[in-house]
Write a protein that binds this ligand. Sequence first.
Ligand code: FE2
Ligand code: FE2
Length: 218
Amino acid sequence: MNSSSTPSRRLTPLDRLLDGTQRALDTVFGAPRAERANPAATEADVVLDETERRHAAGLMRINHVGEVCAQALYCGQAAVARDPATERHLLDAAQEETDHLAWCADRLRELDSRPSLFNPLWYGGSYAIGVLAGLRGDGWNLGFVVETERQVEAHIDEHLTSLPEADIRSRAILEVMKADEARHADNAEAAGARVLPPPIPTVMAAASKLMKAVAYRL
Ligand SMILES: [Fe+2]
Ligand SMILES: [Fe+2]
């Protein structure tokens, strides 16, 4: 996670409301700007046939939704975090996910496709889950970060196998995202994450499976 950043002053309720609203609108309707260069930029843009293009677009739409959910989850958790250090940790995590969001959006455009029509819904649902997790306490908050990042890392792995062989631009993006997500999980573990008890990881995996089935098409 990007820990360069902003001093860890406690945000006022109005700061949080404005910041949270701005982030939500940017994530769902805006065009978030990446701080790092797109890893696909140096790869050849190989022309895919129609079946390959549609499949790659479906997978990259899932990855884009995953990043929308990560932003929302972290912002929801940060809104109710008790310790300013945890709050900062969560907001910094959301910031670094912005690169992923922007890269996935770029690739969707290159594939003549678009983000999920349900992004406002995915954002709202994930934000609510984030708030509920955060209300359980900061160890739980970080436990959710670990579980989310590990699940995202696992589905990126599946996508790296499933993407059309020729789609080296999507693959370049996913390789960097996978390394980032693993680091995010490690950082949250080091910051004192609790291991989430059953059935929470199973419920999260089921919700993610539903999201993936819908987002592949819509
Ligand atoms: Fe991410
Ligand atoms: Fe992440």
